[in-house]
Design a protein around this ligand. Structure first.
Ligand code: ATP
Ligand code: MG
Length: 251
């Protein structure tokens, strides 16, 4: 997507969250644009998942603002986050293994025929069109989700998120438990989502992956954003020293 087409989708301002005595987020600021892949990196316990859970409405921050397409919220609940187009893509969760792919894409929002019957034909046709559009490869639309690989299940979860109006897709360590081929498929899917104009946040410990995917990198350390930089303007070694604290950290 051309630079000019990027739009500010979400802003985080001075977000704070403590768990008892642990200050997980100490005033985080972040801007997220459509058509851009933003990587969030940081050491174990830096606050990455806490940040993502706040955006997905899975937890309530203590203070700060989440601004989505210009609308300001102090907190979100999961339903609200989904309605605003914020989707966290989990690999297995929220999918039903014993049902086929099309059923999973439409789960809970099945189209009806004559307002009475579930329109299975439409579910299958729409799902095929969606998988083609997203360039997600699956063996057959009729395959049971439980028989798919982790990467393919992630594809189904992405298709479902987009079908439900997802505009920002958040991946927390999407390839952590994957083999080489699955990882490659997942990364190419994430890349194509950015190109298609979705906003994408990916949390990853794999800097090679981060540098090959993301346009910008947000480095978090001890609950604070050290910096958010263009991938083109920084080296992996510089990112490592910002993650570990060898570089200067805001106080
Ligand atoms: N439910 C919880 N109760 C208490 N403390 C928590 C809870 N969740 C997270 N923490 C603490 O908050 C801090 C931030 O945790 P968080 O899970 O956001 O880190 P992370 O950056 O996602 O780490 P990782 O890379 O290991 O996934 C850590 O010190 C963690 O121990
Ligand atoms: Mg985490």
């Amino acid at each position: 997507m051309a630079e000019a087409e990027k739009k500010l989708f979400l802003q985080v301002r001075n977000l704070k969250k403590s768990y008892g005595h642990v200050e997980a987020l100490r005033g985080v600021d972040l801007d997220v644009y459509t058509g851009e892949i933003l990587a969030v990196v940081g050491d174990n316990g830096a606050g990455k998942s806490t940040l993502i859970k706040s955006l997905a409405g899975a937890l309530v921050p203590d203070s700060g603002k989440i601004i989505v397409e210009g609308q300001t919220y102090e907190q979100l609940n999961p339903r609200q986050a989904l309605d605003l187009g914020i989707s966290t893509v989990y690999q297995d969760l929220s999918l039903v293994n014993c049902r086929d792919i099309a059923t999973n894409v439409f789960l809970g929002r099945e189209p009806l025929k004559y307002r009475l019957f579930i329109d299975k034909k439409k579910m299958v046709q729409d799902s095929i069109a969606l998988f083609n559009q997203l360039k997600i490869h699956i063996p057959s639309i009729h395959a049971l989700v439980g028989r798919l690989s982790g990467g393919q299940r992630q594809g189904v979860a992405v298709a479902r998120a987009i079908k439900f109006g997802g505009k920002l897709l958040i991946f927390d360590e999407p390839t952590a438990a994957m083999g080489i081929q699955e990882t490659a498929a997942t990364l190419s899917l994430i890349k194509s989502l950015g190109k298609q104009g979705y906003a994408v946040i990916i949390i990853s410990h794999n800097l090679h992956q981060v540098f090959s995917l993301a346009q910008r990198i947000c480095i978090i350390r001890q609950g604070l954003v050290v910096d958010t930089v263009s991938t083109a303007d920084i080296t992996p070694n510089q990112v490592v020293s910002m993650i570990t604290g060898a570089a200067q950290v805001p106080s």
